[in-house]
Write a protein that binds this ligand. Sequence first.
Ligand code: RRO
Length: 322
Amino acid sequence: MSIDLSTTLGPAWFPTPIFTASGCASSGRELAQFFPLKNIGAVVTKSIMVKARPGRPTPRMAETPSGMLNSIGLQGPGIDSFIANDIPWLVEQGARIIVSIAGETVDEYATLARRLRSVPGISALEVNISCPNVENRGMVFACDPVSSRAVIDGVRRIIGGDLPIIAKLSPDVTDIVAIAREVVNAGADGVALINTLLGMVINTETMRPHLGGKTGGLSGPAIRPVAVRAIYQVHQAFPKVPILGMGGVRSGRDAFEMILAGASGVSVGTATFGNPRATLDVQEELEVILTEKGFTTLRSAVGFAHRQDRQDRQDSPEMSGE
Ligand code: RRO
């Protein structure tokens, strides 16, 4: 089989389009016992903050139909430890690295960008403006166009042209295209679609919310159609803006669906909890499907589902002016 799986997210190049999803494999240490991290497109690390953080109270996970809720609450070692320990380890593994960052204020994002801009071995920054597990909804920058723009603008000013910026957006908005427009205008090279949806489980025995943090982020196959819809809409509006798709991908076929919708890369997250090899399995399955469908390059499949759509619109009486 000779198929060119390589892809780009703005100026960043990757040999394959299948990545880990932020938050589901920390910095990759646990996964490395199952496959060499250099064999997948990239490791997207758990969103890192300026300071170490213990996260939300337990329980932090709940099973839901075709998915799960998490309320981790940005647990992590803080940027100094991350730069000292995790990045050098990932570089040693030969992994391509996308560092996910999260802050409570625009200034915190800028501080993280400043700390990371000269660290060697990073392919891109994922600017996570959509974590649902924060103290209040006012801190979910991606739910507001002005706040979304302010964060990306601040990071872009610090980073200059050095590193590609991928803004991670929330599906919990009325118009995701409007938010995508803001972050792209502020200098994002691409968008990551989608973060988890805000959800809740109430334990009917205790009659109280199950999660320590009460609400949590819904992930897994249950949200895949929401992700496909968001990717399709954003690709339709901005066909040149690269999209990293994620949300419930478990198989090569699921990844292929996101690619047809317009994703140039696909992250595998929740599936990893049941099958630690899931990212590599998805990659291998995708290669087979692309070949079966007659594609010789990954790139030619990106956004393919829009072609017929565009054709239909051109053929319709309103479009052709008949
Ligand atoms: O840490 C979390 O609780 C978390 C994050 Br940062 C995120 O972006 N999405 C999510 O579902 N959980």
